[in-house]
Write a protein that binds this ligand. Sequence first.
Ligand code: LLP
Length: 463
Amino acid sequence: MSRSAHPAGPRHADVLPEGHYAAPAEDLNALDPKVWAHTVARDADGVVTVGGLPVTQLAEEYGTPAYVLDEADFRDRARAWRTAFGADADVFYAGKAFLSRAVVRWLDEEGLNLDVCSGGELATALAAGMSAERIAFHGNNKSPEEIERAVRAGVGRIVLDSFQEIVRVAHVAQTLGKRQRVQIRITVGVEAHTHEFIATAHEDQKFGIPLAGGQAAEAVRRALQLDGLEVIGIHSHIGSQIFDMSGFEVAAHRVVGLLKDIRDEHGVELPEIDLGGGLGIAYTSDDDPREPHEIAKALTEIVTRECEAARLATPRISVEPGRAIVGPTAFTLYEVGTVKPLDGLRTYVSVDGGMSDNIRTALYDAEYSVALVSRASDAEPMLVRVVGKHCESGDIVVKDAFLPGDLAPGDLIAVPATGAYCRSMASNYNHALRPPVVSVRDGAARVIVRRETEEDLLRLDVG
Ligand code: LLP
């Protein structure tokens, strides 16, 4: 994830000499619990099951490609975050990672709040019955309609991203006779160690108001003067897929510094800070994410320590994990269409999906793992690249992985940890039909987002 994006097209230079790759896992039939959802296992026949159901049955019933989501795992992870932060903090699930009405209901039942960043996400949350007070509304360019809808609905907070937005939201709230609770999103000048496209707190980018040059302090000063706004706190989100807590430490230090300046200048202690999301997950066995309780402990300690040093009462903390909750809960189930060995290079395995259901590999150089799931195999490992069926050679799902050498058309393979930013970033490229999300729990499966149909595509094409 450290390289910058490659130009369009294949990455010829990426074909590495033999022997360069990490050795294959000792047992290709093993399923590393780090990257697979909790209930995933291999049954006595070698078929992978999830929630007690064999993937072969899921493929037959729902087709491939399909995102298969383990509901029990989702609920476990949501609950773990909620419990880790306790009653004195709030956990807002970041809906951009993946949102559907079923997911909103699960979150509601597990006591989480929700972060939305568009009218569409807000509509989904409200349609599922989430109380508006538990919704935070984000975005760096909210439309007037979105602002009005959010204020009218009574969302718990709007996170303001620019000087213009401070005035816009204040105006809408005042016109509607309301006082809108808001946070101000600042950029603290932290370089998160992640891909450039998903790092968000260095200064040269579109989100937030820079702390540098006193801009954030000026934003708070202006917001405090406007009758339509109740400024409840400061927001900072430093990026995504982060393992190293030091970025959060610097961010918390700087946010608390701003709270102190605000107290000194205006005599107001803002009661809340939001440290955003961005906690990393394991995409491959090489990744070592931290547990929610460790993260909660670290963040709470940092904020408490910084506030004590600044002689401020510790504000209420909120966080916004998206990927860390939904990412590991789902895998994408594909059927192998062709297996093409290229002498001296690798074997290309084409599946029935591709960059339309997982753009992350092409966009961020993301790494994934993959396993043969419709049967076990003792064949020798072969080095593969899993590719899709789209019309470009950058259509790669898994760049380098090992699969059994007897892999054949008709086999089912699955790519784990695709719950976040895969369905939510899926496209209709080449008029692909976006796959369904099938949720599985206690031996029962149900479709929570159905597969698109050609009628869906043609409905928008008005001729
Ligand atoms: N809060 C804010 C304000 C955000 O902008 C984001 C993500 C989150 C929370 C949740 O971050 P998470 O915990 O899911 O990392 N499409 C990219 C990720 C973009 C993230 C955008 N904002 C990817 O696939 O890696």
